[in-house]
Write a protein that binds this ligand. Structure first.
Ligand SMILES: Nc1ncnc2c1ncn2[C@@H]1O[C@H](COP(=O)(O)OP(=O)(O)OP(=O)(O)O)[C@@H](O)[C@H]1O
Length: 595
């Protein structure tokens, strides 16, 4: 049996409801769609009519009514049927398909339906430039059916009268309508006015007049324009986007408000052929640009059918790349020519720029020397840090200062706080790019750099090792700064955890099930000593020990032991009183038996 081809049925009422009411996120979109129709009609008349005319779109509000008038091309009776009353068809697309509608905004042949979402009756009075003197009135209550009659003569153009639904009174409120008109229409080419006032788009955006403006005037106008679009922050400086070759122009700006690396205050308003499509097309800006706002217009970007967002196509990716380039070169420009703004940008967005530099190599070059990292000695730029630390970067990921940090602190050497977002990788990248050694504290390699091999002979080292020997610690004779410290003690946190968990005390204090699990874990930790004692061969007291007789050395070491146990007591809080008493007694013995 051959399958017969059936024609798909359309539930017109259902379809009209979906298209009219559910396609758009807000009823205010109807203002945009109808003004855009008037605008396209003016564009058409300017192209096709030989008569000179001054395009104009007027919006009027009355309680319960919204009227949109234009002096554009108007429609003939045939065009009313073919375009206005045929869903999915419009003169706009027909003209584009013929290759002549590049500057038209409409495309889908759907926008007029938005009128039915806000009105219970729509009247469309029109007179075509092709037949002046013959006007028509189209009337429809739901969009599903309509009537057309010849109307009293009127000037070429169209008047659309919307009798608003009871629940849409706001669309008859002039203040509300003005807000939306200014938002949607500020970049339209033909003037759009409300209730006979000055056109809401009287002032063209700065980038369209850049050639006629002085630099200073352009800067002032750009900042004012940015301020109008940026909801929350004041703009510090603007960055032009002017790639006529890529059909994108406009501006970006840097927000004046502290940001963190994770802040995302990106906002980008996008206009296509002068009509606002979206106010938050942030994904066109690089992810790292959480402190950037902007307005652009582009003919490459394609709106979706609701004209409320953009299609995520190749052009979208391409424009995103163009904006990233514009942003980076704009930042460079500011750095070179506007030091005051650059300083403000750095101080407000240091954290964000630090992270951004890691994902964009050009940006890394641009801001690498200027951003600061937080250290134990305050904030430093990398060049200042390297100068202060004789070309070495010290970095610590530990929250609490360990012994190595204390050593460096005593030497007033800044240690970069690596736990701050992006600081560690940033320093590593910077150090690598500048051939500077980087010492990560708390690691074996870090310790090797700080605790250098000593210049003592083997037997001298053995003597010192024996002096400070204890079963639970390793003794290493090294040389380190500052020389006034006789020794430094590094505790081994893993061994300490193991010791605590294996103590009888733990049996008393920790539940058996938890303790069992924890002990399973610590069983995997190799048996290690609790601490490493670094004896400083550069310290005069330690060197002096080597000169003493065995007996005197034992006495001197006995005096040093309590001090050592103050820092080496990895078993918990050191017993200060006991240490001082022992120290006093040992000192007394030394003095009594002195030479
Ligand atoms: N004010 C007007 N003046 C002249 N023609 C108009 C006017 N309003 C609508 N039309 C005609 O009706 C057609 C359909 O309008 P509609 O708003 O539904 O779609 P569109 O503007 O072509 O496309 P889109 O859905 O993308 O806005 C238009 O293409 C145009 O030919």
């Amino acid at each position: 049996m051959t399958a017969s081809l059936q024609k798909t049925q359309v539930d017109l009422a259902g379809l009209m409801r979906v298209l009219g009411e559910a396609l758009y996120s807000t009823p205010f979109v109807a203002i945009r769609e109808l003004v855009q129709n008037g605008h396209d009609s003016c564009t058409r008349r300017a192209k096709e009519s030989t008569e000179p005319f001054e395009p104009k779109i007027q919006v009027r509000t009355r309680p319960g009514e919204l009227i949109i008038e234009d002096n554009g091309a108007g429609l003939t009776l045939e065009e009313i049927h073919t375009y206005l009353a045929t869903v999915g068809r419009g003169y706009t697309r027909t003209l584009r398909e013929k290759g002549g509608g590049d500057d038209l905004i409409g495309y889908f042949g759907l926008g007029f339906l938005s009128a039915f979402a806000i009105s219970h009756r729509v009247e469309f009075w029109t007179c075509s430039f092709q037949a002046p003197g013959l006007a028509h009135r189209f009337v429809s209550v739901s969009g599903e059916s309509y009537s057309v009659v010849v109307a009293a003569n009127r000037a070429v153009g169209t008047q659309v009268r919307l009798f608003l639904k009871d629940e849409m009174p706001m669309l008859g409120d002039p203040a509300i309508v003005e807000t939306w008109l200014r938002k949607y229409c500020c970049l339209l080419k033909h003037p759009v006015a409300l209730n006979g006032g000055v056109a809401v788009n009287a002032e063209p955006p700065p980038w369209r007049r850049q050639s006629e403006l002085s630099d200073l005037r352009y800067k002032t106008l750009s900042l004012a324009f940015a301020r109008h679009f940026e909801n929350v922050f004041d703009p510090i400086a603007t960055i032009p986007v002017n790639r006529a070759d890529y059909a994108v122009q406009g501006m970006l700006w840097i927000q004046d408000g502290g940001s963190f690396a994770s802040s995302d205050n990106r906002n980008l308003s996008v206009f296509v052929r002068g009509m606002l499509i979206g106010e938050d097309e942030r994904n066109l800006l690089p992810r790292w640009a959480g402190f950037v706002g902007g307005v652009i217009e582009s003919t490459l970007l394609q709106p979706t059918a609701s004209r409320e967002s953009l299609r995520n196509d190749d052009a979208y990716e391409f424009i995103a790349g163009v904006l990233q380039q514009a942003l980076v070169s704009g930042l460079r420009q500011i750095a070179e020519s506007d030091p005051a703004s650059w300083r403000r940008i750095l101080s407000r967005h240091n954290e964000s720029l630090l992270a951004a530099a890691l994902v964009d190599a050009t940006l890394f070059k641009l801001v690498g020397d200027d951003v600061t990292v937080r250290t134990t000695e305050g904030d430093f730029t990398m060049p200042a840090l390297l100068e202060r630390c004789n070309g070495t970067v010290y970095l610590s990921y530990e929250e609490r200062a360990g012994v190595e940090s204390m050593l460096l602190k005593a030497l007033k050497q800044p240690i970069v706080l690596g736990c701050r977002f992006a600081a560690g990788p940033f320093c590593a990248r910077y150090a690598q790019a500048h051939g500077a050694p980087i010492v990560v504290l708390g690691t074996d390699t870090g310790a090797e750099t700080l605790f250098r091999p000593s210049d003592l002979a083997r037997d001298e080292i053995a003597v010192l090792e024996a002096c400070f020997f204890a079963a639970d610690r390793d003794v290493l004779v090294r040389q380190f700064d500052p020389p006034f410290l006789p020794f430094a003690v590094l505790t081994n946190p893993e061994a300490e955890i193991r010791r605590r968990l294996e103590s009888d005390e733990a049996d008393r204090r920790i539940g058996q099930a938890v303790l069992g699990l924890a002990r399973q874990f610590t069983a995997g930790i190799a048996q290690q000593k609790l601490a490493k004692v670094y004896v400083n061969a550069a310290n005069p007291v330690i060197r002096e020990l080597l000169q003493l007789s065995n007996e005197r050395r034992t006495q001197a070491v006995a005096a040093l032991q309590p001090l050592l146990s103050l820092c080496a007591d990895a078993r918990g809080t050191p017993d200060m009183e006991r240490a001082l008493t022992d120290f006093g007694n040992a000192l007394l013995t030394l003095l009594r038996d002195g030479p």
